[in-house]
Design a protein around this ligand. Structure first.
Ligand code: MRU
Length: 360
């Protein structure tokens, strides 16, 4: 297996992101070393995928903080970081990782600066603390994804050879590396247990056709691309063993927001009696919300559906509904694969808080 693709590159106080809008034709890294560039890259989906969004937000701000730290007092730099985190949280609303990262950073900074004998005595030290925390997210995400990959592969220990269908892009491009649902596929492949991976093209933005297909070809994983509308027929024709998808937000009862089209895959899987797994790090779990009804679903602009590479592909004047995500109800989900293990239902319910409290 070659080196994984890198969506996010941080070195020497500079952040570069791979512009995923240009893939697969062009492979171009763009500077993203301040919060305005970071906000735009996230909002325009140059960088996307729940974990990658949160890490990009933290690292673009880390670059900015590094740049301005000498011009500010400790208190004004703290306020600056908090304001910028709030601003970055306005970029996209559904993936919870961004909000959890901002909350965690504020919590840690408050804790450090409120301590009587705090190590953080000046703005330089606060800046370094924030930068270290942001950099730490990269390694943590890769380690979490590898654990998810291995726990996910263990779900198929009873099979010698597995066919998996996945949706959207949950790989190296959507994370710091390795991936979540695609990480499970990667782990199965590494264990010589992957018979075949199927990837939906994932309309309207084609994260499957452009990005997942790119990663699968890059990693030489045996794989086939299908249109979203072929999924139910594929399940019955090709004997798919499981569907594994990622998540933008898993709430307390297990209801899961993920890329639009996930819900219909879960319904088709249920009809064909095929296990349906969500693979997500705990940073994608939001136990402050009880059911999927509480999740805010991002609406994307009409042109992302009506145009392809700037060229209109639908009849001019037609109105458009373009929700970026849907909610898959917990009852259609077999298990939630996290870095701590697989959450299964007890008495037909996911007890996610109980599971996480026992692990953290
Ligand atoms: O709109 P996107 O491309 O950011 O949506 C991405 C997804 O829905 C992924 O499945 C999810 O973020 C998990 S990525 C590990």
């Amino acid at each position: 297996m070659g080196n994984s693709l890198e969506a996010i590159k941080y070195a020497n106080g500079k952040l570069e992101i791979l512009n995923q809008l240009l893939l697969p034709e062009q492979f171009i890294y763009e500077d993203c070393s301040d919060s305005v560039k970071g906000w735009n890259a996230i909002q325009q989906m140059k960088v996307r995928g729940a974990p990658a969004i949160a890490i990009t937000a933290a690292l673009c701000l880390a670059c900015e903080v590094n740049h301005i730290k000498q011009q500010m007092s400790l208190q004004s730099l703290k306020q600056f970081i908090f304001d910028k985190l709030d601003y970055l949280c306005t970029s996209r609303p559904t993936a919870v990782n961004l909000f959890k990262m901002a909350e965690q950073m504020k919590f840690l900074i408050n804790k450090q600066t409120d301590m009587k004998y705090s190590e953080l005595a000046n703005s330089e030290q606060l800046a370094q603390f924030f930068i270290d925390q942001a950099i730490g997210l990269l390694a943590k995400d890769i380690a979490d994804n590898k654990a998810i990959g291995n726990f996910g592969a263990d779900c198929f220990s009873h099979l010698n050879s597995v066919k998996i269908l996945t949706h959207c892009n949950t790989g190296s491009l959507a994370t710091a590396g390795y991936g979540t649902a695609l990480g499970v596929i990667r782990s199965l492949f590494a264990q010589n247990k992957l018979a075949h991976a199927y990837a939906t093209e994932t309309r309207p933005y084609n994260q499957g056709a452009r990005l997942t297909a790119f990663e699968l070809v890059y990693e030489k994983i045996p794989a086939t691309l299908i249109t979203d509308s072929m999924a139910a027929f594929l399940m019955i024709e090709k004997g798919v063993d499981a569907i594994i998808v990622g998540a933008d937000r898993v709430v307390a009862n297990g209801d899961t927001a993920n890329k639009i089209g996930t819900y219909q895959l879960a319904i088709a899987a249920h009809y064909h009696n095929i296990p349906f797994y969500v693979a997500a790090p705990s940073t994608s779990i939001d136990c402050t919300k009880l059911t999927g009804k509480e999740i805010l679903i991002e609406q994307r602009p009409a042109h992302e559906l009506t145009h392809l590479h700037g060229k209109q592909i639908s009849a001019p004047g037609i109105s458009v509904w373009n929700p970026s995500f849907d909610i898959t109800p917990a009852k259609l989900i077999t298990g939630i694969i996290t870095e701590f293990g697989v959450i299964h239902k007890t008495d037909q319910e996911f007890k996610i808080s109980n599971f996480l409290n026992a692990k953290i």
